[in-house]
Design a protein around this ligand. Structure first.
Ligand SMILES: Nc1nc2c(c(=O)[nH]1)N[C@H]1C(S)=C(S)[C@@H](COP(=O)(O)OP(=O)(O)OC[C@H]3O[C@@H](n4cnc5c(=O)[nH]c(N)nc54)[C@H](O)[C@@H]3O)O[C@H]1N2
Ligand SMILES: Nc1nc2c(c(=O)[nH]1)N[C@H]1C(S)=C(S)[C@@H](COP(=O)(O)OP(=O)(O)OC[C@H]3O[C@@H](n4cnc5c(=O)[nH]c(N)nc54)[C@H](O)[C@@H]3O)O[C@H]1N2
Ligand code: SF4
Ligand SMILES: [Mo]
Length: 743
């Protein structure tokens, strides 16, 4: 029997609503849901292949447990017994920090990933946390933490209303956007231009996004912080700052002016390879635009000055009065956000509350750099225990983090490792137990993370489109059981985890004077929760306590899970609105424009003024039809331009004797790889580009299609030593490489 079901797409940050065609229990087609309040029918090729991604025959159907060195299929009972037996002795003998937790990107794309890892970390009390954030957006968190007092307060460009968008190191025409959730990002950029707005793109490659732009600047990689600092000095020099409505909420403007004074356009032009006049024009145009937003992503974060660049992005938004105003960059307000507290001083944001054992790298946002994972396992020191056991949830660091070969060996040396992953891949092949979540069609969906980054406030929820197949376990139950097994409560009913969270959250809410449920009895509130499962009851609770919620009856028209279920295409909550000063949690209660750690990092940027390395540098790229390391196994999404080739400019190719299609040996600090050259003027001279997430040629994996066209692991060129010091983020772009035409 065929039918349709609605499902929000989990394959990228755009969160499009899909209408799935389903035959029996199989997804046979996907199209855009035209009635979706946010995506309005938009779909991309990945979403259209939802059925193939979902039904990939290489997805694991049962847990795997290592017996006599080999992974074999096992029951869930055997698998969790093995987890408890593997983890507990390590915790008991060596302490909680000897258990590492690695959280990968898909955790922000699942309900389970949003609801359980924090509980696991709190229960385990390990400080050995490593996530994909430190190969991605940690600089933005640190900059927001320092500026606004809240690492998760990330301003989002008001794409649909802005008159001027300066877009740096992002390629939303391939990535569909990041830290800016916008279904049909390409359409929204075209609409910006159609209404007379301007689009400026800064990227060493002439990307599809750059081709849409009014102006494209092919900057030298890694130098955006210099360019942005110079724009700030121009605003000050030429009297173009205008804080407008922000003035009462911002401090340290004069200190900032002094601190960046010497980063003039003339001083940075050589390093950036952008003319001083052009930099002046950029600043003037930004200041003159009726509304404008500066927005920057991967290319600005995964570089040596990632935190400074992220900070300068918002400094420009602030100095031009564009922060927190329509058409500028605003703070979204998601339906599951905590009850907004009244404006006023907060606790501020601290960095380096503890340090990594081997390199003494500071934590940021409770995390250690993913680049330090291998050494935290393989290097003994006098100070504490190495990581001896690992819990990996939706993570493939062997491909996504620097120096996969070293990590490969380190993972092999662990006393115990468990992976929660649908695939037996480059990382999970090292596990002693693999716990496979069901495919997305069998999982519910709500975007806890991306709704806090969306260009429009809205809320949507999809129940599982297909019932769980026999033998499958929901990922929420897998993670709840994992928490129990890891913390000595193996065998307890997994519902206890949700019950405990609900109990604690409601207990806190009734004690909070600002909560709509202040003074009520937690048991009475808990009894009112609806939902078929623990995660649904938790969602109901969060919605009802949230900024649009019914406050458990206090605001009868407010949101509840029942209300959301009655609106399967979602509920629109309106455009982004100004919210300051409420989101500020700095100690001063103001935007702190020149935070201490930033000021202390400026001399390092000043040093970069004089640096202009001679050789080639490498940058990454993304392809529309792939997603990090895990989507190369779907035949419908591979081939065409989605290939692991080395882009090289014709001038460099000619100089080095590299022919189009011929193999090139690329050498970096961490190793070398050989990839076919693609000679193209889509990259600027002096820059070559390889995509990441490839290198599917390791033995012991079960990725049959990916293995047939494995590509190479670009991160093998890195040795993990290059970091943005404030955030611990890996430097993945602008890395020095040497090429030789391979024979
Ligand atoms: N050189 C270079 N390296 C990079 C980047 C770059 O631009 N250049 N980008 C970086 C960025 S931005 C990121 S986010 C990281 C990503 O790094 P990772 O998070 O490590 O990698 P992913 O490939 O996103 O997926 C991780 C794992 O999740 C599994 N998975 C997929 N769906 C599910 C699910 O529903 N549940 C569970 N439990 N698991 C699932 C996949 O099988 C895969 O093993 O890579 C980083 N690495
Ligand atoms: N199709 C697809 N979509 C994805 C993903 C995917 O793998 N495939 N991954 C998802 C994830 S996890 C993320 S984090 C987002 C990322 O989303 P985006 O940030 O939009 O990702 P990229 O396409 O890597 O764009 C980064 C751009 O920065 C440029 N760049 C490199 N170095 C520099 C530099 O020093 N300065 C400047 N100005 N630019 C530089 C690169 O050439 C590249 O075009 O995409 C998400 N969406
Ligand atoms: S843009 Fe992203 S969310 Fe939308 S259909 Fe494509 S992969 Fe899915
Ligand atoms: Mo990412």
């Amino acid at each position: 029997m065929s039918r349709t079901a609605l499902r929000i797409c989990p394959l990228c940050e755009a969160t499009c609503g899909l209408t799935l065609s389903i035959e029996g229990t199989r997804v046979t087609g996907a199209r855009g849901d035209r009635e979706d309040v946010f995506s309005k029918g938009f779909i991309c090729p990945k979403g259209a292949c939802f059925g193939a991604v979902d039904g990939d025959p290489d997805r694991l159907c049962t847990p795997l447990v290592r017996v006599d060195g080999r992974l074999r299929e096992a029951s869930w009972q055997e698998a969790f017994d093995a987890v408890a037996a593997g983890l507990r002795p390590v915790v008991e003998r060596y302490g909680a920090d000897s258990v590492g937790v690695v959280l990968g990107n898909p955790n922000v794309h699942t309900v389970a990933g949003a609801l359980y890892p924090q509980v696991l970390l709190a229960a385990l009390r390990t400080r050995s946390l490593f996530t994909a954030s430190t190969v991605d957006q940690m600089p933005k968190h640190v900059s927001s933490g320092l500026l606004f007092g809240d690492a998760n307060a990330i301003p989002v460009p008001d794409l649909d209303h802005t008159g001027h968008l300066l877009l740096i190191g992002a390629n939303p025409l391939e990535s569909n956007g990041s830290l800016c959730t916008a279904p049909d990002f390409p359409g929204r950029l075209k609409a910006l231009r159609a209404r007379g707005g301007r689009l400026i793109v800064v990227d060493p490659r002439r990307t599809r996004t750059a081709k849409l732009a009014d102006r494209h600047l092919a900057i030298r990689p890694g130098t955006d912080a210099l360019l942005l600092a110079a724009m700030v000095t121009v605003l000050f020099e030429e009297g173009l700052t205008d804080l407008g409505h922000l003035a009462p909420h911002v401090r340290d403007v004069d200190e900032l002016r002094e601190a960046v004074r010497d980063f003039t356009p003339e001083a940075v032009a050589g390093a950036c390879d952008v003319d001083a006049d052009v930099i002046r024009t950029l600043a003037r145009e930004l200041a003159a635009a009726p509304t404008a937003a500066v927005y920057a992503r991967i290319g600005s974060c995964t570089v040596p000055h990632g935190t400074l660049a992220s900070w300068l992005v918002d400094v420009l938004n602030i100095l031009t009065g564009n922060l927190d105003r329509p058409g500028g960059a605003l703070f979204p307000q998601a339906a599951t956000d905590r009850t907004p507290r009244p404006a006023g001083p907060g606790h501020g944001f601290a960095l380096g509350r503890w340090r990594s054992r081997v390199r003494h790298l500071p934590e940021a946002k409770g995390e250690l750099p993913l680049s330090a994972l291998a050494e935290e396992i393989d290097t003994p020191t006098d100070e504490g225990e190495p990581v001896r056991a690992l819990i990996a949830v939706a993570a493939n660091p062997v491909l996504s983090a620097p120096d996969g070969d070293r990590l490969d060996r380190a993972l092999d040396s662990l006393d115990f490792m468990v992976s929660v992953d649908p695939y037996l891949n480059e990382t999970s092949r090292h596990a002693h137990v693999v716990l496979p979540p069901p495919p997305p069609s069998q999982s519910p969906h709500h975007d806890f993370a991306f709704n806090t980054l969306a260009v429009r406030n809205q809320v949507r929820y999809s129940r599982a489109a297909v019932p769980l197949e026999p033998g499958r376990m929901a990922e929420s139950e897998i993670l709840a059981r994992l928490i129990l097994a890891a913390t000595g409560m193996h065998g307890t009913d997994p519902g206890a985890v949700d019950a405990m969270v609900i109990d604690r959250t409601l207990g806190k809410a009734v004690r909070d004077e600002n909560s709509p449920v202040h003074g009520r009895a937690p048991e009475e509130l808990a009894a009112r929760l609806t939902g078929d499962t623990g995660p649904e009851r938790r969602l109901d609770m969060m919605l009802r306590l949230g900024p649009y919620g019914d406050g458990f009856g206090a605001r009868p028209d407010g949101l509840t899970l029942a209300e959301l279920l009655a609106h399967p295409h979602g509920i629109d909550l309106g455009p982004l609105r100004p919210r300051l000063p409420q989101p500020l949690k700095t100690r001063s209660g103001k935007v702190e424009l020149l935070p201490g750690p930033i000021a202390a990092d400026l001399p390092r940027l000043r040093q970069a003024l004089g640096e202009r390395p001679e050789g080639l540098v490498l940058v990454g790229r993304r392809h529309l039809r792939s997603n990090n390391s895990w989507m190369h196994n779907v035949p419908a999404l591979t081939g065409g331009s989605n290939r692991c080739t080395l882009h090289i400019h014709p001038e460099d190719a000619a100089r080095l004797g590299v022919r189009d299609g011929a193999d090139v040996r690329v050498k970096g600090a961490g190793g070398e790889v050989v990839a076919p050259a693609e000679v193209t003027d889509g990259v600027r001279p002096g820059v070559v580009s390889l995509p990441h997430g490839w290198g599917h040629d390791r033995p012991g994996t079960r990725l049959s299609h990916a293995a047939s066209g494995p590509g190479v692991n670009v991160n093998q060129l890195l040795d993990g030593s290059m970091l943005d010091p404030l955030s611990g983020n890996a430097v993945l772009n602008g890395i020095p490489v040497q090429l030789t035409a391979s024979l």
